[in-house]
Design a protein. Sequence first.
Length: 228
Amino acid sequence: GVSGDLTLSTGTATVGDSGAILLRSGDTSYWTGVGGDITLSVGTGYDSDGGSIFLRAGDIYGPYGNNGGVVSLLGGSSYLHDGGGISVTGGTSSSNGGGSLDFTGGYGARRGGNVNIAAGSSPGIHGGGSISISSGAGEPSGSLTMKTGDTWGFHDSGEISISTGNSPDNGDSGDISFATGPGSYAAGDISFAVGLSSSSVGGAVLITSGFSSNNNGGEAKLEAGASS
C-alpha cells in the first residue's frame, strides 16, 4: 500500500499576500553550542525508485504580474571564520553510474535564461575566490566540453570568450595557459581549428601579441618540444 501524506499549506488570499511557512531550528547561546539542523529526507524504494525532493518557487499567471518566484540557497554567515558552504552532490551507486548534476537556464519564448557562476569578491589580501571545474577521475577520466548552442535561421551561433581580469594599479594582468597533462607513453595534443564554410570563406586563426604604450610590445613564439 501507500503510506499517508503530510501536507503543510497556508490559506488562499483573495486580496493581498498569502501566508508564509517558516521552518527554523532553535538558537544556542552557549559558546560551544551548535545550532540545530533541519533535515529533509524522502523515503527509500525497494524495487523501484527512491522518492524525490522538489523545490519550486511560485508561478505568476496574471497579465500584469512580475517575474516568477526565486529559489535561494544561502550558506550561513560568520564573523570570525569562513562563511558556510553549499554542497550539492549527485547520489552514489555501487553497481551503476553515479547521479548527475544539471544546471539549466529556463526556457523563454523571447530569451532563454542564463546560467551564471561567479566566485565571491574580497577586498582582503588573500584575493577573491577561485572557480575550479574538473572532470572525474577514472579509467578513462571524464571529458570536459565547452560548446555554445546551435542557431536556427540566418543568425550567428554564440561565442566563447576566455579572458583574464584587468589590473589597473601597477600590477600584471593574469595569464592564460593551455597545457595537456604528462603521459607515460605520449603526451596529449593541443589543436586549434576553425570551422568550415559551405558558401563563404573559412574562419581565420589570428594570434596577436600584446601592445605596450610605455615599453616593448609582447612577443609571439612557437617552439617545438625538446627530446632527451
